[in-house]
Ligand binder design. Structure first.
Ligand code: SF4
Length: 806
C-alpha cells in the first residue's frame, strides 16, 4: 500500500513510473479493448448533471425510447462488424421525471425502464449473440439482480464521493450513498462490475483517492470490480459546465497512475481512448485496457469525440511495446470462473465468444449464434445442418479463409514472451509456465514465436514438406464410450442414434487394405469405436488380417484406449499384449485418445476414457516393445492454455525417456456437430491464432526431442496450412484415402487431394514436397504419384477421426 501523503505530493511522472511497473508485472504487455456497439436505449434522465450532453428533454427526441426494431438494427450492425459487446447506456429512471416516458412504458407493457432494458438485452442476446453490458446507473439491488441473467457484466461510474459539487446539484442519483450502495449490492450479487471516477468536475486529489479507496474496499469484500475507468472531464457546448476548463492533463495522468497504485492487483485500469489526443501518455500512466471501442456507433455520452479507428489504436499500442487483445464485456478472470460470476443462463453465450484464455475470439468477421437442425439424410456426414445467419469468422472445419498472421512484418518485442524465446535461444528448455506464457502471444509476439519456430524447423528437418500415402480403415462406429466431443460413434451410449451403426468384417478390412496397397498406399491406419462385443483378440485378428492381405503396408493402429481396453478384457499386462500385437504385424500406434492430457479437462471431455497416466503408460509400453507412436492434441473445446502446456510437458518427458514419438499432430476441435457444442458446453474450436501457436510452440517445446510437427490440413484448409508450414510445421500428414467417416463433426465441405494438390499447396513456399513412409523414411518410388491413381476424397473431420478414433 502506498502512503497517502506520498501519493498526494508526488507528480504524475513519479507515480506513472511506479504504476507502469505494477501494470507490467500484473498484465505484461497486454492491453485489452472490448469491440462493442453502443445502444442508447433512452436519452431521457431524471438527473441533470452539469457536464452531460447525453440526457435530452423529451421535446428533442422523436421517441422516449428506442423501439425493439431500432435496438435490433443497431445490434445487428454491430454483429456484422465483428463486435462482441452491446453496451446499453441510458438515463436514470426517466419515467419518474417525464410523463411521456411513463406513458410509453405503460403503452408498451413494461413496468419500468429497467424492465424494458431487460427485455431488450435478452432480444439482442438471442438474435445476435452480442453480450449485453447494462450501464443503468445507481439502480436498486432488485434491478441489479433482474439484469443478471441477460447482462454478464454491469456498470456504474462512482464518479466522485464529494456530495457538494455544483455539477450534481440536480442529480438525485449522484449522491455518494446511492453510488456506493449500488457498487456494494453488485458485489453481494456476484456481478462483474465496471466503475470509475471522473476527473476535473470540481473534486481534488484527496477526493479522488477517497473514491478509489472506496472502490478498492468494496472489491476486497466481494472481488467483483473488473475494471476502473479514469475519465477526464471535457466541457461541452450546451451544458452548465461549458465554460469550465477541461481536466488538467497532469491531474488526469496523476489519477490514472494513482489508481493503479491504490487498486487491488486484479482490477483492470481503463482510460477512454476517444477523450485524449495523446494515447501513448495513457499507456505510460499505467492503463491496461482501452474499454469499449466501437467500429459502428458514436460515443453517445461524448458525441463530439469519435472512437479512434481500431488500426490506430493497434498502432499506438504496439508502437509503445504493448499488444492489443479484444476482450468480452467480462474480463477473463470472470469468464473463466463462470460458476461464481455468470448467471447460468449466460454461461454458453460467454463461452461461445471466448477464446482459450477467456478473452474475445480474435478472428475477424461476423459471429452469429449458431443454430442447427437435424439433417434429413445422414450417410457419412454431419447429422446436423446449420441454419440462419452464418458467421464469417474462421473456424476449424469451416470454409472461411483465416486471417493472415504469417508472414507479417516482424518488429522487436519485449516482455514475457520475448524473455521465454530468449531463454530457449540460450539453450534452456521451456517449462510449463514458459509454454503457457508463449500461448499468450498476440500481435508482433505471434510473429516472433512463429519465426523462431520456423528457424527451428529448418534446423531440425530442413526445407522439405512431407506427406504419407495412407488409408484410414474405420472398422466400426459403434462405441461403448461416451466422449462428449465425439460426433462419430453410434450405439447405445452415444448421444445421437440416427446414423447407421456398422461393423466391418475381417474380410472387408482385408479387402480395403489390399486395395490401398494396390493404389500405392504405404500405410493403413486402423481406428474405430470400442464395440461392446470386442475382446482383446479382435485387434490381434484385425492386425493379422491386414498383414496377410497387404504384407507391404505399415500398420498404424489402435489408440491407447483400444490397447488398454484390449489388454484389460484379456487380463494381460500392456507389454505382453502390445508384444502380441507387434508379432501379429502392428507397426506403430496413433496418439489419438490423448485429447488433452490433463485429467480435469478429460473429466469434462471424456470422463469414462483412460486417464492421462494410462495414456502415457500405454505409449511407454509401446515404445518398450519397439513400437513407435505419435503425440496428438485435440485443442479448442473447453480447456485453457495451462492444460496445453501440461500436455506438452508430460509427453515431452516421455519422449525424453523413450525416444519413441515420431511426430506431434495438432488436431483443432471441430465444433459444429460435436455433441458437447450442441449441448452448449464448449467453445467453437480454437481461433486461428491459437491453432498457429499450438504448432509453433510444439516445435519450440519439443525441440531436440520430437522432430516432426504435423498439421491437419483437412480441418484448417490450404491457406491456413501454408501459414502453419511457415510456423514450425513440416508435415502434411496422410491422404486419409477414402476416409469414410468424414464430416461427422459437422465440417462443411469435402476435398479431393492428391500428390499434385499437395504440390500446389506448398508451391508458394518454395519448399520441396517429399513422400515419406510412417517412420519418416523417404519413399523413393511413390507408386500413386507415378500412376496418378492417388486421387482421394477427404474432408475436414473431427479431432478424433483424422488419425484415430478411440
Ligand atoms: S472418441 Fe472414440 S472412444 Fe470416444 S466415443 Fe468416439 S469412438 Fe468412442
Amino acid at each position: 500500500m502506498h502512503e497517502e501523503q506520498w501519493l498526494l505530493r508526488s507528480d504524475a511522472a513519479t507515480l506513472a513510473s511506479a504504476a507502469t511497473e505494477v501494470r507490467d508485472r500484473l498484465f505484461g504487455t497486454r492491453v485489452t479493448y472490448s469491440p462493442k456497439v453502443f445502444i442508447p436505449l433512452t436519452m431521457l434522465c431524471r438527473d441533470s448533471c452539469g457536464y452531460c450532453t447525453f440526457a435530452q428533454p423529451p421535446a428533442r427526441l422523436a421517441s422516449p425510447y428506442l423501439t425493439p426494431e431500432q435496438v435490433l438494427a443497431i445490434a445487428r450492425h454491430g454483429a456484422r462488424t465483428g463486435c462482441h459487446e452491446a453496451l446499453f447506456t441510458l438515463g436514470e429512471a426517466p419515467e419518474e421525471r417525464y410523463r411521456v416516458a411513463a406513458d410509453w412504458l405503460n403503452d408498451n407493457g413494461y413496468d419500468s425502464t429497467i424492465h424494458y432494458l431487460h427485455e431488450m438485452a435478452r432480444l439482442v442476446l438471442d438474435e445476435t449473440g452480442l453480450l449485453p453490458h447494462a450501464n443503468a446507473g445507481a439502480i436498486s439491488r432488485d434491478d441489479l439482480a433482474l439484469l443478471r441473467d441477460v447482462s454478464p457484466s454491469q456498470g456504474m461510474m462512482v464518479e466522485t464521493l464529494r456530495g457538494d459539487l455544483p455539477c450534481h446539484r440536480g442529480a438525485p442519483d449522484k449522491t455518494p450513498e446511492r453510488r456506493l450502495a449500488t457498487l456494494e449490492w453488485a458485489g453481494e450479487l456476484s456481478i462483474p462490475f465496471t466503475t470509475g471516477v471522473l476527473v476535473g468536475i470540481g473534486e481534488d486529489r484527496a477526493d479522488r483517492l477517497e473514491a478509489l479507496h472506496a472502490i478498492a474496499a468494496s472489491h476486497l469484500r466481494h472481488g467483483h470490480v473488473q475494471e476502473v475507468i479514469v475519465q477526464n472531464f471535457l466541457p461541452k457546448p450546451g451544458t452548465a459546465m461549458r465554460d469550465e476548463p477541461p481536466c488538467d492533463t497532469e491531474e488526469f495522468l496523476w489519477t490514472i497512475a494513482a489508481a493503479r497504485l491504490v487498486l487491488p492487483d486484479d482490477v483492470h485500469l481503463q482510460a477512454p481512448p476517444n477523450l485524449s489526443d495523446d494515447l501513448a501518455a495513457l499507456l505510460a500512466a499505467g492503463i491496461d485496457d482501452w474499454g469499449g471501442v466501437s467500429p459502428v456507433t458514436a460515443d453517445h455520452v461524448n458525441p463530439e469525440r469519435p472512437w479512434p479507428a481500431l488500426e490506430r489504436l493497434r498502432a499506438v499500442t504496439e508502437d509503445n511495446g504493448h499488444t492489443l487483445a479484444p476482450r468480452l464485456t467480462v474480463h477473463p478472470e470472470f469468464a473463466r470462473n463462470a460458476d461464481r460470476w455468470i448467471d447460468p443462463a449466460l454461461h454458453f453465450a460467454v463461452l461461445d465468444r471466448s477464446d482459450a484464455e477467456g478473452l474475445g475470439r480474435d478472428d475477424p468477421g461476423e459471429v452469429w449464434p449458431e443454430r442447427a437442425t437435424a439433417a434429413d439424410v445422414v450417410h457419412d456426414g454431419a447429422e446436423v445442418v446449420l441454419i440462419g445467419h452464418r458467421s464469417t469468422a474462421w473456424y476449424s472445419g469451416a470454409t472461411e479463409e483465416p486471417p493472415t498472421l504469417i508472414p507479417t512484418a516482424s518488429r522487436p518485442v519485449r516482455g514475457r514472451v520475448s524473455a521465454v524465446l530468449d531463454s530457449v535461444r540460450s539453450g534452456e528448455p521451456v517449462d510449463e509456465h514458459g509454454i503457457t506464457t508463449l500461448f499468450s502471444a498476440r500481435g508482433p509476439e505471434v510473429t516472433a514465436v512463429a519465426e523462431f519456430a520456423d528457424e527451428l524447423r529448418h534446423e531440425a528437418v530442413g526445407d522439405t514438406v512431407t506427406w504419407v500415402h495412407n488409408r484410414n480403415i474405420n472398422y466400426t462406429n459403434v462405441c461403448t464410450f461416451k466422449c462428449r466431443f465425439c460426433g462419430f460413434s453410434k450405439g447405445p451410449m452415444s448421444l445421437n442414434l440416427r446414423g447407421t451403426p456398422y461393423l466391418l468384417t475381417l474380410d472387408d478390412i482385408a479387402d480395403r487394405a489390399r486395395e490401398a496397397e494396390a493404389l500405392g498406399a504405404t500405410e493403413v491406419t486402423l481406428q474405430g469405436g470400442i464395440h461392446p462385443d470386442f475382446d482383446g483378440d479382435y485387434y490381434i485378428d484385425v492386425t493379422r488380417a491386414v498383414r496377410e492381405a497387404a504384407p507391404s503396408l505399415h500398420i498404424h493402429g489402435f489408440t491407447a484406449l483400444e490397447v488398454t481396453e484390449g489388454a484389460r478384457r484379456l487380463g494381460e499386462d500392456l507389454v505382453t499384449y502390445l508384444g502380441r500385437l507387434r508379432d501379429a504385424g502392428l507397426s506403430s500406434l496413433p496418439g489419438t485418445a490423448a485429447e488433452i492430457l490433463d485429467d480435469p479437462v478429460r473429466e469434462i471431455l471424456c470422463p469414462d476414457k483412460i486417464t492421462t497416466d494410462e495414456w502415457l503408460d500405454c505409449h511407454a509400453a509401446a515404445h518398450e516393445v519397439g513400437l513407435h507412436s505419435n503425440v496428438t492434441m485435440m485443442f479448442g473445446a473447453v480447456e485453457h492454455p495451462e492444460s496445453w502446456a501440461r500436455h506438452i510437458v508430460r509427453t515431452r518427458d516421455l519422449a525424453r525417456a523413450t525416444g519413441g514419438f515420431t511426430e506431434f499432430v495438432g488436431l483443432p476441435f471441430v465444433h459444429m456437430a460435436s455433441p458437447i457444442y450442441l449441448q452448449r458446453r464448449s467453445r467453437r474450436g480454437p481461433t486461428f491464432r491459437e491453432t498457429l501457436l499450438i504448432h509453433a510452440i510444439a516445435r519450440i517445446a519439443y525441440w531436440g526431442v520430437i522432430d516432426n510437427i504435423q498439421l491437419s490440413w483437412v480441418k484448417i484448409g490450404a491457406s491456413a496450412a501454408r501459414q502453419l508450414l511457415r510456423a514450425g510445421c513440416n508435415d502434411l500428414g496422410g491422404t486419409l484415402m477414402d476416409e469414410n467417416i468424414s464430416r461427422a463433426a459437422g465440417a462443411s465441405h469435402g476435398q479431393t487431394m492428391d500428390h499434385g494438390a499437395f504440390t500446389d499447396l506448398i508451391a508458394p513456399l518454395g519448399r520441396r514436397l517429399v513422400q515419406r513412409n510412417t517412420s519418416y523414411g523417404r519413399v523413393d518410388t511413390p507408386r500413386g504419384e507415378a500412376t496418378g491413381a492417388t486421387s482421394v476424397k477427404i474432408s475436414p473431420t473431427s479431432g478424433l477421426e483424422t488419425v484415430g478414433t478411440a
